[in-house]
Design a protein around this ligand. Structure first.
Ligand code: NAP
Length: 279
């Protein structure tokens, strides 16, 4: 599909941004649906972020994604924010409203849950869930699990205060767990989620025995580079449902694409294979 002078335009602002898979992802959908549109990487350093964000309406952009390190600033600078962004404390999607207003949302919790339901439909949701990591991704996962009705979310984070703060903010169903007692959080759990950086290429592996986990539990790693982490290999070896991080990335992109380009996109095996290339 040729991009014409009337193309709908969106992109992703980050610093750095070259590693982002989003242009590849949205590019696939634009071609698949024959949309006259473009989705471009926007390398914006922190000191230029406010100017760049406020320039979107004047440039005719439909909106953009925002990634590290801009997610919190995007929420602070927005004219309007959805409930998920406010609860998570960060935004990843910006839509330019008809009047030029900047409307932000956070679609990470949505993406996480859509992916979990698609990849591990038998996941025992009525049991406690264990979450490792209380950074931005960890917050999104906690919000998603609370909204899905998890009876208890056991939250372990290397810096204990962050898990305690989050538990204080979200109330009684979130229980902080000491980092060195993280394996105890797996006892009787229906799900364990790695929302730390551990296991990413260039980072140390996540040291976590899955032995305390019941046989029907699911294991989800938000890391997607590499696609198959040591944690997921150990889960597969125990015949547990093993869910990688790529699906969350694909599903979180759906609401933005729909808002900017006017089509509800689908997450298919072909999309997954295209975005996973080289991971
Ligand atoms: P973040 O806000 O910087 O948080 C990083 C988290 O990792 C914190 O909980 C941090 O603990 C923990 N951590 C870092 N190094 C550690 C170590 N050596 N030992 C123990 N814990 C360590 O990052 P984020 O945005 O939440 O991202 C976290 C992970 O999720 C990354 O791997 C990212 O790629 C992934 N992610 C995936 C998706 C997706 O769509 N699949 C979306 C967002 C994020 P402290 O608080 O103690 O520093």
């Amino acid at each position: 599909m040729t991009v014409t002078g009337e193309a709908l335009v969106a992109g992703v602002m980050g610093w750095p941004v070259a590693h982002s898979r989003s242009p590849r992802l949205h590019g696939f959908w634009l071609r698949a649906y024959g949309v006259d549109g473009a989705y471009v990487p926007l390398a914006v350093p922190p000191d230029g972020f406010e100017r760049a964000l406020r320039a979107l309406p004047a440039l005719g952009f439909r909106g953009c994604n925002v990634t590290l390190p801009h997610k919190e600033r995007a929420l602070a600078l927005a004219d309007a924010a959805d409930a998920a962004a406010r609860r998570i404390g960060a935004a990843n999607t910006v839509v330019v409203g008809a009047d030029g207003a900047l409307e932000v949302s956070n679609t990470d919790a949505f993406g996480f849950m859509e992916n979990l339901r698609q990849r591990a439909p038998g996941w025992p949701a009525a049991r406690p869930a264990a979450v490792l990591g209380a950074g931005g991704a960890g917050r999104a996962v906690v919000v998603a699990l609370l909204d899905a009705g998890a009876p208890e979310v056991r939250l372990a984070n290397r810096t204990a205060g962050r898990a305690r703060d989050l538990a204080g903010e979200f109330g009684g169903r979130v229980l902080p767990v000491a980092w060195n007692e993280r394996e105890d959080a797996l006892d009787g759990a229906g799900l364990v989620v790695n929302a730390t950086r551990l296991g990413m290429a260039g980072q140390p592996p996540l040291d976590l025995s899955l032995d305390p986990l019941p046989r029907d539990a699911a294991v989800c790693d938000l890391v997607y580079a590499p696609l198959e982490t040591g944690l997921l290999r150990r889960a597969a070896a125990r015949r547990l449902d093993a869910v990688d991080g790529l699906g969350m990335l694909l599903h979180q992109a759906r609401p933005g694409f729909a808002a900017w380009f006017g089509r509800e996109p689908e997450v298919t095996a072909a999309l997954r294979a295209h975005v996973a290339e080289g991971l």
